[in-house]
Design a protein around this ligand. Sequence first.
Ligand SMILES: *Cc1c(COP(=O)(O)O)cnc(C)c1O
Length: 403
Amino acid sequence: MNTKTSNSTAVMNTYGRFPIVLVKGKGACVTAEDGSEYLDFTSGIATCNLGHCPEIITDALHKQLDTLWHVSNLYHIPVQQQLAEILTENTHFQQVFFCNSGAEANEAAIKLVKKYWSDQKAIERNTIITFSHSFHGRTGTTMAATAQEKIHQGFAPLTPGFQYANYNDPQALNMINTDSTAAVMLELIQGEGGVIPAETEWVKLLCEECQRQGIPVLIDEVQSGIGRTGTFYAYEQFDIQPDIITSAKGLGSGFPIGAMLASEKFSRHFTPGTHGSTFGGNPLAATAALETVKIVKNESFLQSVKEQSDWFVNKLEQMASSFNLIEEVRGKGFLIGIQLKIDAITVIKALHDKEILTLPAGPNVLRILPPLNVRNDQLVHFANKLQEVLTEIQHNKEDENHE
Ligand SMILES: *Cc1c(COP(=O)(O)O)cnc(C)c1O
């Protein structure tokens, strides 16, 4: 079969797709239908954090496939409980709600804070503050939580109850108030919004203000979690204790699963009948996630992510200084963005010709998300190819200027 690559397939046209058909993957490499082999520095958008088809997860899934695929959440699911235990051990979170995606995890978190205030008989606390350039998902409510005009376009009326503040702006603290604020929700490093890290001091002040006023802080770790930034969750690098966090993307190594973790003060407000999901944390998904978490939680694994990513970012920064096409290299761990003075798509397409996959994050940011267990020679190969591509683009630009 020759897969259609035009936009008029039977699949709805919600994505601008590159004309590449991927059919197979192993580690950091993917094979296309035409036989080309790409180095995949997208990891399925921070999802296949252990590379494609990681053996331990594959084996565990095969075993689970032969045992039990799915049972309803009306019964106890031991592997789901084990997963909740490993996610909460040595943290201040006591309980986990499982669902199927990042948006669903954020929906669950938003519902939980609403339920919390409702149980306090404080329904006037109905506004959640979110931030410019954020991304929290595409469902009705998480789209409204996402403070990006272009994501709202065409979908009025939006779910009410969100107020937008500027990211990294001390003024945002003035918007928090005990009359109406139900929660503050943010990413500690904005992924889709352009790989923008939060300033440590700002986050600390924000959280202190929330704590002073008894307002829950909800951290969206959907992209930043599962070792992506060098710690299991990114919040561990900040001097904060968020009340609620959400997790998805890398959690199941590519198998769909989402989770919302909360401290007991909040989690106890979800009681039977208040929230639910048919598939959330089913035996297959929970198995994929449990095996993933076991690997990524390992201190030596995380240490090597830190060391390798530091080395790699340093190399990219050195390279950046010799190209005036590059404005800045940003990021944490292996969640890396290069702010360009040209369209990111130009660089992404040129890298395709060198058999390398990368992502955009907004119009001018090249997003680089290698698997966390990437080999050193693969990082070197990537850096060399990026150097080649930028050199070619820069030369072409100079030629244009001379004509
Ligand atoms: C991708 C993402 C989401 C949405 O996750 P889905 O699984 O696509 O619903 C939410 N928040 C952040 C920070 C993300 O990066």
